[in-house]
Design a protein around this ligand. Structure first.
Ligand code: SF4
Ligand code: SF4
Length: 72
C-alpha cells in the first residue's frame, strides 16, 4: 500500500456529542466541507457534519476547542 492509498483512507470524524455549534470550524474551512446538520445532539446543539471530501488540512481539528473533530 502506498502513501496516497493510506491518505485516501483517512477522513474527518466528528464527535457530535462534543460539538457546541460554535461555528469556528465552518468559518475556517475554505473548502466548504463542513456544515451544520439539521438535527440536534443530546445537549441541544446542531452538530457539524463533514461532506466526505476535502484536502484534510486539519485546520478544523486545531480550531475546535471542544476536541470534537479528528482525522483518522
Ligand atoms: S469548532 Fe468544534 S464545537 Fe465548534 S462547531 Fe466546529 S465541531 Fe462544533
Ligand atoms: S480538514 Fe481542512 S478542508 Fe477538511 S473539513 Fe477540516 S478545515 Fe475543511
Amino acid at each position: 500500500m502506498n502513501d496516497l492509498a493510506v491518505s485516501d483512507m483517512k477522513k474527518v470524524c466528528i464527535n457530535e456529542e462534543n460539538c457546541k455549534d460554535c461555528g469556528l470550524c465552518i468559518r475556517i474551512c475554505r473548502e466548504g466541507a463542513l456544515t451544520r446538520m439539521n438535527y440536534t445532539n443530546v445537549v441541544g446543539f446542531r452538530p457539524v457534519g463533514w461532506s466526505g471530501d476535502c484536502s484534510l488540512c486539519a485546520k478544523c481539528v486545531v480550531v475546535c476547542l471542544d476536541f470534537a473533530i479528528s482525522i483518522k
